[in-house]
Design a protein around this ligand. Structure first.
Ligand code: SF4
Length: 394
């Protein structure tokens, strides 16, 4: 469907309705308010009264702002209670209700869906989402618009000192019938909203750990259910990723596995030990070589600021040394994640070893330095980007 725009006057305001192939926008002038919905009528995001809001598929609302603290810009994301967010959504919905009869088809159809999204209907969405998914803890920034398929649940390692993403669930791999049910449920839940999704992301922490033949079956099943989403992405870990060969990765690449994301965190072995992430840099190199030989792109993640100033110099130095040994090429991404504490155990250990915790300004400076120095050593065509875990919504 081509983009279709319709403009209508309402009590001195101009409403611009835009129906795209994957979303619907309502723009209110001169108030400058904008609401974006998926094609099932669910709010995706809104800009109302000069504030930016996002809604997740499980029906939580967040307000996104930038804050300038002492000349440095920090992004802020704050949850907004439903009873505050819903009236802002309702302002858009009410405008649409009032003009619906004056709009041509197919605007009437999408407006009818939007106006059905009452608080009861939205809470029902939360219930359904929570039946399909365990909480989706994190995705890489370039995959925020992926369709998440929870082939596995949790993290098979789950011992890194700084990580709290999957402490709430035991690790398991879905059986083939479970995966089929999961895929059918996702399809039913998203309906036409699938059109907003650009790729598939295999969750949770390391779906590539799935035994090869089951993984191949899973990728085939995903393509059967979602034939328009060709590219598949996933996190991977060194501990288990090293057990698959270049030929295994080539087989997965042939089934659409495009890039995997590896939490390297640091090239410094001592810091990795401190963080209880007992991966060897030699294995990181070997795994990267196998992946690239198999035709899979790399997403490499470093954690800037972790370990504080005690580790900062060797963390950066050894990470730069490591990156020079990875077979990076065009299409690969290196992420610098500004460290945010999620696991209280990290703070406890830092304090017990008398290591001062850097503040947000110190972490920002470390991440800027990390990014600049990485940029200077990666090959042409390899992106170096910031990974802000607080910006993730699903
Ligand atoms: S950082 Fe990755 S490997 Fe470590 S516990 Fe978290 S999800 Fe698992």
């Amino acid at each position: 469907m081509a983009t279709n725009t319709f403009t209508i006057e309402l009590n001195g305001s101009q409403l611009i309705l835009t129906l795209k192939s994957n979303a619907f926008n309502l723009f209110e002038q001169p108030a400058n308010n904008l609401w974006t919905f998926d094609l099932e009528g669910r709010l995706v995001g809104m800009y109302v009264d000069q504030a930016n809001y996002r809604r997740t598929l499980d029906n939580r609302f967040f307000k996104k702002t930038h804050v300038n603290i002492s000349g440095e810009y920090f992004r802020s994301v704050k949850p907004v209670p439903f009873d505050i967010a819903f009236p802002l959504l309702q302002r858009g919905t009410n405008l649409l209700s009032r003009v619906r009869d004056r709009c041509p088809e197919p605007f009437q159809e999408i407006i009818a869906k939007i106006t059905c999204m009452t608080p009861v209907a939205l809470r029902e969405q939360t219930r359904t989402f929570n039946e399909i998914y365990l909480p989706i803890s994190i995705l890489p920034p370039d995959q925020y618009m992926a369709l998440v398929v929870q082939l596995t649940e949790g993290c098979n390692y789950n011992q890194c000192l700084f990580c709290n993403f999957y402490k709430d669930r035991p690790f398991r791999i879905k059986s083939v019938p479970e995966l089929t049910d999961h895929l059918l449920a996702i399809k039913g839940f998203l309906g036409k909203a699938i059109l907003l999704r650009r790729s598939v992301f295999l969750a949770d922490a390391n779906a590539i750990v799935t035994p090869q033949s089951r993984l191949v079956t899973a990728l085939d099943a995903i393509h059967n259910h979602f034939p328009k989403l060709n590219d598949i992405y996933s996190f991977i870990d060194v501990f288990t990723g090293i057990k698959k060969s270049a030929a295994d990765y080539s087989e997965l690449a042939g089934r659409g596995l495009k890039r995997v994301y590896l939490g390297v965190e640091s090239g410094n072995q001592e810091l990795l030990r401190f963080l209880n992430k007992l991966q060897l840099t030699d294995n990181i190199i070997k795994l990267s070589e196998n992946l690239k030989s198999g035709g899979i792109q790399l997403g490499i993640i470093f954690l800037a600021g972790i370990g504080g100033l005690r580790y900062a110099e060797r963390h950066l130095r050894d990470s730069l040394e490591l990156i020079k040994h990875l077979p990076l090429s065009e299409g690969d991404i290196v992420y610098v994640s500004e460290f945010h504490e999620t696991n209280p155990e990290y703070r406890k250990k830092m304090e017990s070893e008398n290591i001062p915790l850097p503040d947000m300004f110190a972490i920002r400076q470390l991440s800027k330095q990390f990014k600049a120095e990485l940029k200077a050593v990666v090959p042409k065509g390899v992106a170096v980007s910031i990974y802000d875990i607080n910006q993730f919504f699903y």
